[in-house]
Design a protein around this ligand. Structure first.
Ligand SMILES: [Zn+2]
Length: 297
């Protein structure tokens, strides 16, 4: 894709064909996982990055790599994405004012060693510390959180906007409690909640998708019951949703999850050893040494 002139329209078509061809609940979850890695990218660009370089772990512009003391290795093909999009992507499909930009994965660059942002379980965040961070985020939004027994049909958690209270089922284990709180925080940021409303349809899918993206970002995978709910909600969208709907959903989820991740990071303890672990994890998981030009993807 590098040497041929690529237009915004080509990229829009590539996105639509990829979504049209590949949509399944499982693929939706894989795109969410990629979105948790490529923070700051629009959902459409996350799909385009995955399409062009499925193993990319950290993409950025040539100029940004240069600022980190790294340059693009000769002969590499850049990853083409759409620039100038608003992160919310409310105007899905509209391409006016957009351009084509080129991103490069860290594995395509060489130079000064860099520390990988927290992308996997090596980041040292536990379900307990993430839960504490999300409790802090709820507090900032003016919401108290309490545990109590909830009827099974409520689905593990609920938000009472009148009393400004989030209720989590006391029966949930720690990972499920963390996922349920992220789910309710997503509702608070995205949806107009009315009293007694059952969590279902696209609202449920969006809230579960945000929870998954946030937990994955911090290396705290969702347990079976939470991820089963996510798969179920995604499957109920149907066998072939329009690419425009997928782009709108993905854009809203990526944007809300990004804000929640930033807010949670403010409440997480920082430690020097945590950053060391990230470099080590990165080198071993990909099998490449950042200082060694060696074999390239
Ligand atoms: Zn819900």
């Amino acid at each position: 894709m590098n040497r041929v002139r690529v237009t915004v329209d080509d990229l829009r078509k590539a996105f639509e064909s990829e979504v049209g061809r590949r949509w399944t609940a499982g693929q939706w979850v894989r795109w969410l996982g990629a979105s948790s890695v490529h923070q700051g990218q629009t959902f459409r660009n996350v799909v385009l990055v995955r399409l062009q370089m499925p193993d990319a772990v950290w993409v950025d512009t040539k100029e940004s790599w240069l600022r980190r003391g790294r340059s693009v290795v000769r002969g590499q093909s850049g990853i083409r994405v759409v620039t100038g999009e608003r992160r919310t992507e409310r105007v899905a499909g509209s391409v006016q004012g957009h351009g084509v930009g080129t991103l490069w994965d860290v594995s395509q660059t060489e130079g000064r060693p860099v520390l990988l942002p927290s992308v996997d379980a090596g980041s040292g965040v536990t379900p307990r510390s993430l839960l504490a961070a999300l409790l802090g985020v709820a507090g900032e939004l003016g919401y108290g959180v309490r545990e109590q027994d909830l009827a099974p049909e409520v689905g593990g958690s609920a938000t009472d906007t009148r009393r400004r209270r989030i209720v989590l089922d006391a029966d949930l284990d720690l990972p499920s409690t963390t996922a349920a709180l992220a789910h309710e925080l997503a509702h608070l940021r995205m949806h107009k909640l009315s009293a007694g409303e059952v969590c279902q349809g696209l609202n449920e899918l969006e809230a579960e998708s945000v929870a998954f993206t946030v937990l994955t970002r911090f290396g705290c995978p969702m347990d079976g019951s939470s991820s089963g709910r996510l798969f179920g909600a995604a499957a109920r969208v149907g066998r072939s949703p329009s690419p425009r709907l997928v782009q709108t959903l993905g854009g809203r989820v990526a944007s809300t999850a990004g804000r929640l991740i930033k807010a949670a990071e403010q409440h997480l303890p920082r430690s020097g050893s945590r950053r060391e672990v990230q470099v080590w994890e990165y080198r071993t998981s990909l099998g490449v040494n950042l200082d060694d030009p060696g074999p390239r993807m």
